[in-house]
Design a protein around this ligand. Sequence first.
Ligand code: SF4
Ligand SMILES: [Zn+2]
Length: 322
Amino acid sequence: MPEVTRRELLAARGPKNRVDPHRPHAFLVERELSAAGNLEDVATIFLTNKECPFSCVYCDLWKNTTDQRVQPGDIPAQIDYALSRLPPATTIKLYNSGNFFDPQAIPPQDFPAIIERVKSFQRVIVENHPSLSSRHTPCAVRRFRDDLGTELEIAMGLETVHPTVLPRLNKQMAVDDFRRAADFLRKQGIHVRAFVLLMPPFMLAGEAVHWAVRSVAAAIDAGATCTAVIPTRGGNGLMEQLAAQGEFNPPTLAMLEETLDASLALPGFLSGSARVFVDLWDLERLYTCSHCGPQRQQRLQQMNDTQQPIPKISCSCLTPDP
Ligand code: SF4
Ligand SMILES: [Zn+2]
């Protein structure tokens, strides 16, 4: 039985943001270490489309989605809008706050027009739920890969391998589903990226780093060549209710640092066959000291960029009282 019903989840929400189906709700270019070991410019387009049908407890991505399916032609128009305003990049992420191969999200008849716009990039990265990456849509995934003709990477949420926390997140997925999907994708010559949550709801604070690192290790073991660790954030209404019940506490900056330090010591990273990034978006919310906060963020950025450990930042706020 899910811990939180969809009805409860919807009741806890605030309103969605106003979005335009003809415009992506955001787009940017940032640097990311590539599989080849180069810092490359990566364009990310946050596509506006219909809300994801899953109901993950921690998710706030619904805020920038529509209630109805967008019209054929809208997604290519959004890509045109962003690409005409962005500087050049070698890789493109088409992130749609849901599942790229959900026909209710991205109309499949738009795939040829989408491919036409992105096939000149060295790599195209889309996001998808594991169950929509293999079991239900294998033909669509294979066809898209064939027609694209450039490197395809699919990002999937593993979230956590904690045996009792994962089922409570309403992800409707077991760790084996992730493994099977990753295995299917690798056999199709498609790269796998994983998302791991640091300190999801229902996780004890003292175990958060341990399970985040174990989840990164499981993602590598399943064949992910890139794993992004995301500090779990509140903001979707339900998370605030869970926080009030003592079921969710936001992770700390120190936990994020420990997770990256320990992950980079995992065998996959020592052999150079995998990358792990910690998500630094809006990291300021985790600062507890204006002096060391920015320096610690800079250290994490450098470790993301090099995949090499760097000595910790010292600060009087981090020194325990004698
Ligand atoms: S599958 Fe992804 S987009 Fe959908 S509800 Fe879960 S976290 Fe949100
Ligand atoms: Zn400090």
